[in-house]
Design a protein around this ligand. Structure first.
Ligand code: ADP
Ligand code: MG
Length: 258
């Protein structure tokens, strides 16, 4: 891959649920090592955009490229689907998703949760995966929680386990959908610290967040979505420091007020 080839690139993406147009022509590019934050009001299409990136959602028009490789489609419009299951699997396993609600398996220990996908999806060697999984749990600060079940952990610890699970796939990029929204403020900070460490390491990340401080601190680029279109985007100091659009100014003042 040439250094300038983005890990994820989206060109003019359109997505509707039935008659409801949710993405109306969105483009973005996530170069390797960059952190891109997506902000905007509830319902603006942030989660949908993130889910389109790793093909959890279909889209009707526009291109999605993974490391320069365009997703191949069959059909058009509402009938458009990815045509190559192997390509879908390769893209999905390379873009680890971290959800607001953690989505850990409740019947598996934390270690088993982290080891599950590398073993079953990637078919990697068990001993190697276990060593890596313990290492990632250590890295996110819960190396002592390998043998407990998710219900025995705080929300912040569960979310850190979910991040370790994402890392254990050794993906090209991590996609976060409101990773701190389900957490109390003091637990939120322990997850924010992990995300900041990952940003410092040069991980490629796409982060949907309501936390403007997090977006300002970690992002190389911030995208403000409004009703399925990019209303404004730019470097965080400019976007937050000197927002141009009335809508972004309104959104930021409403966010700061809460
Ligand atoms: N599975 C779905 N079926 C129908 N409409 C959906 C579905 N998921 C999301 N939507 C709608 O799409 C719009 C954008 O949703 P979403 O991407 O979740 O926004 P955000 O993450 O910015 O809050 C909203 O109007 C939402 O109600
Ligand atoms: Mg959302």
């Amino acid at each position: 891959m040439a250094p300038e080839t983005p890990v994820i690139q989206i060109n003019d993406l359109h997505k509707a649920y039935g008659a409801l147009e949710v993405l109306k022509g969105v483009s973005l590019s996530a170069p390797k090592g960059n952190v891109i934050s997506l902000i905007g009001s509830s319902g603006s299409g942030k989660s949908t955009l993130l889910r389109c990136c790793n093909l959890l959602e279909d889209s009707q028009q526009g291109e999605i490229l993974f490391k320069g490789e365009p997703v191949r489609w069959k059909g058009t419009g509402h009938g458009r689907r990815p045509s190559d299951p192997k390509q879908v699997l390769r893209i999905r396993t390379n873009l680890s998703m971290v959800f607001q609600q953690f989505n850990l398996w409740s019947h598996m220990t934390i270690l088993q949760n982290v080891m599950e996908a590398p073993l079953t999806v990637l078919g990697r060697d068990r001993a190697e995966v276990e060593e890596a999984a313990r290492g990632y749990l250590e890295k996110v600060g819960i190396g002592d929680k390998c043998d407990v079940y998710p219900a025995q952990l705080s929300g912040g610890q569960q979310q850190r386990a979910a991040i370790a699970r994402g890392l254990c796939m050794e993906p090209e990029a991590l996609l976060f959908d409101e990773p701190t929204s389900a957490l109390d403020p003091e637990l939120e900070q322990e997850v924010v610290r992990v995300i900041k460490d990952l940003a410092t390491e040069g991980r490629t990340m796409l982060i949907v967040t309501h936390d403007m401080k997090l977006a300002a601190d970690v992002s190389d680029h911030v995208i403000f979505l409004h009703q399925g279109l990019i209303e404004e985007q730019g470097a965080p100091d400019i976007l937050f420091g000197a927002p141009k659009s009335e809508r972004l100014r309104g959104f930021l003042s409403a966010t700061h007020a809460t």
